[in-house]
Structure formats: structure tokens, C-alpha cells
Design a protein around this ligand. Structure first.
Ligand code: M6R
Length: 369
């Protein structure tokens, strides 16, 4: 039931903090990662795998891209992320030391299911990250790590996305723990970051209340671009997908570093560009690079909407709008930065009088190839 909400999507966005909290529940205890459900992968699997392949479609694949950043950083195992429908048909190289991690909210997506079955036939280990108890993909996999976002009704995935990222980060910490690539202190630090996320998303929900107005003046907009770098890149892709599916607007997400390799030619006066700005405290110093990207597009007349850390003064002179997010470690920023983009997609669809929960031509779970 929708409760007092105008749509299931509005309700589900409001449940993003809870989706993260419930997915963490009982899994971070005494600075240790407890995921007994991974035991059914077989003893020694986490220590012995030499490669991870993440397979998923749509929003779940963007969660997978974020999983790659975290798992590689924490466990030093190479991770590839592939769209399940591409993976399945190119005879991928898989061995018994490959862990194939599928991500699916519904657990019924045919493309993802076929990728998992192919991995099983090739002798790989399979782990399903899924939001639906007893669905086909987890039943067919060696192990399942459930996300506990609760039922997601709106076609556009929102709370399941943040829960998937949370589950992938837990997995990354667990593998880092098993392989000794993370110290107890590092696990404790990252666990604290994760545990703080639900409250920070609550703050973002409050700070995002002006997005409805932003959406209102954009009902005639024909095209919106999204730029992000590093972990901001999958967030940009997610923001663009939401606009396509909900508001039927041409939208594209780019890696900000790619701008000068082509996309900057698209910038003309009035072009709306959302930019996901890394923290000025970012250890990779990506912040100045993204700020200079903003200056470049601003100089060509772009209308810049920046999603930036609270108090980031460097962005203010160059952005038409700034949506502030609370301070968090770099890897954790996507869990905050994506929330305004979910709200924006929903608000723009609503402002255009479209069906927010049931966009045209789409089904909640895609059970055909
Ligand atoms: O149920 P799944 O997570 O396997 O679904 C995957 C995609 O079809 C899904 O995320 C789709 O991209 C959403 N409609 C995006 O909001």
C-alpha cells in the first residue's frame, strides 16, 4: 500500500534509509562482517577465487559498477562488471576460481538468470544478490546474499539500488577480511561509514525538498546530461536512466574525464548538466578536476546543477544550483548523491503528468530475453 504517498516511488525513495539499515542489520557485529550465507559457496572459496564477474542489467548493473570499486580496493581481486545479456553470448572465460555475482532486485530477470546458468555450466561459483526471497536466480545459485529493501513496486528501482550497493560493500569487506587485505581497523572504519549512511540519507531527503521546483521549470527540457568521475560515474548513469524511463527525456551519463573526448561538443547555451562532485577531501584529488570540468561547460553556457558536499565553496561560483550532501568517505558518497537524482526523475515525471510508478513500455521484472 502507498500509505499517504502520491506514488509507490515516492514511498520507496523515503524508504531508502531503511533499505540500507535493514540490509546491514546483524551483519556488522563487533567490527566483524558476518555473512554466514556465504558458507554455501564452499570452504575456502573467498580465499581461493582469483576473479569476480558481476552480472546484472539496468540499475542493478550500476550498483555492480560501484561494487567493483569497493571490492577491488578492499580485496585486490580483479572484478569485471558485465551486462548479463552481453556476458552470456560471448563465451566468457570462467573457471572454478571465478566467482560470478549476479545482482537482481526481482531475482527473475531472464537475461541475468541465463548468465548465472551459463556460469554454473562452466563450473564457476555463483552468488546471487537479490531482494526477493526464494526467487529463481537465488534458487539456482550456490549462495544468496539478500538485500532487505522490502518489496519494490514502482518500475523504477530506487531503494533496491542503495540496498544492492550496501550488500556489495559488505561482500567487499568480507572478502578483504577473509584474504587479510584489510586490517581490523580498516574494517571497523568502513563499517562505521556504512552504519552512518541511513541517517545521512535522511538528511539528503530533507535537503532535496527544493527539487520539485527545479523539475517544474524543466518540463519542456529535451535533453539532460549527467557527469561524474570515479564512483560518481555510475551515479551519473543511474541519474540518466531514471530520466529516460520516467520522464521520457533524452539523458546521458558520462565519465567527466571523457568530456573533451567528444561529449563537450553537445554543450550549448541552456543545456542542463547535473554534475556529481567528489568531496574536496577526496584522497585521489579528483575534486579540482571535476570543478574544472564544471568551469569548461559553464563557459559554454551550460546550466549546472551540482551535487556536492555540504560546505564545498569551490563549486558555488560556477553552479546554478547546488544540492548539498553530508560528508562521507569517497566510496560511500554514491549512496547519498543518488538520492536527489531519484527524486528528480520522479518529480519531473510527475510535473509532466506522467505515470510515475508505471512508465510506458516497461515491466517491473523482465522475464523474457
Ligand atoms: O529485477 P532486476 O534488478 O534484475 O531488474 C534489472 C533492471 O531491469 C532494472 O534495474 C531496471 O533497469 C529498472 N527499471 C531501472 O530503474
Amino acid at each position: 500500500e502507498k500509505g499517504g504517498w502520491s506514488s509507490f516511488m515516492a514511498k520507496e525513495i523515503s524508504e531508502e534509509p531503511e533499505a540500507v539499515a535493514k540490509t546491514l542489520l546483524g551483519r556488522l557485529v563487533d567490527h566483524k562482517v558476518r555473512l554466514p550465507e556465504l558458507d554455501s559457496l564452499g570452504e575456502g572459496t573467498l580465499e581461493n577465487i582469483d576473479r569476480i564477474v558481476i552480472v546484472a542489467c539496468g540499475t542493478a548493473a550500476y550498483a555492480g559498477m560501484l561494487g567493483k570499486y569497493a571490492i577491488e580496493k578492499w580485496s585486490r581481486i580483479p572484478v569485471d562488471v558485465e551486462l548479463a545479456h552481453e556476458f552470456r553470448y560471448r563465451d566468457p572465460i570462467l573457471t572454478e576460481r571465478t566467482l560470478v555475482v549476479s545482482i537482481s532486485q526481482s531475482g527473475e530477470t531472464m537475461d541475468t538468470l541465463l548468465a548465472v546458468r551459463h556460469a554454473l555450466e562452466q563450473g564457476a561459483k555463483t552468488l546471487s544478490i537479490c531482494n526477493t526471497q526464494g526467487a529463481t536466480i537465488p534458487r539456482d545459485s550456490h549462495a544468496v546474499l539478500y538485500t532487505h529493501a522490502g518489496p519494490e513496486v514502482a518500475v523504477a528501482s530506487t531503494k533496491a539500488f542503495v540496498a544492492q550497493i550496501t550488500a556489495l560493500y559488505l561482500l567487499g569487506l568480507r572478502i578483504g577480511e577473509a584474504r587479510g587485505t584489510l586490517s581490523a581497523e580498516q574494517i571497523a572504519e568502513n563499517a562505521a561509514e556504512l552504519l552512518a549512511i541511513p541517517e545521512k540519507i535522511d538528511e539528503v531527503l530533507v535537503a532535496s525538498q527544493s527539487i520539485g521546483q527545479l523539475a517544474h521549470w524543466m518540463t519542456d527540457t529535451q535533453s539532460v546530461l549527467f557527469l561524474g568521475r570515479n564512483v560518481g560515474f555510475p551515479v551519473a548513469l543511474e541519474g540518466a536512466l531514471k530520466l529516460k524511463e520516467l520522464a521520457y527525456i533524452h539523458a546521458e551519463g558520462f565519465a567527466a574525464g571523457e568530456l573533451k573526448h567528444g561529449p563537450i561538443a553537445l554543450i550549448e547555451p541552456g543545456q542542463v548538466v547535473f554534475v556529481i562532485v567528489p568531496s574536496p577531501r577526496d584522497p585521489n584529488s579528483l575534486h579540482p578536476k571535476v570543478v574544472s570540468n564544471i568551469q569548461e561547460i559553464r563557459a559554454r553556457g551550460a546550466r549546472v546543477i551540482a551535487i556536492a558536499e555540504k560546505g564545498d565553496a569551490a563549486v558555488l561560483p560556477f553552479a546554478d544550483e547546488v544540492i548539498p550532501i553530508p560528508l562521507a568517505g569517497s566510496l560511500f558518497e554514491p549512496l547519498l548523491a543518488v538520492v536527489p537524482l531519484h527524486i528528480f526523475g520522479m518529480e519531473l515525471a510527475a510535473a509532466k503528468g506522467l505515470d510515475v510508478d508505471q512508465p510506458r513500455n516497461l515491466a517491473k521484472s523482465v522475464t523474457v530475453e
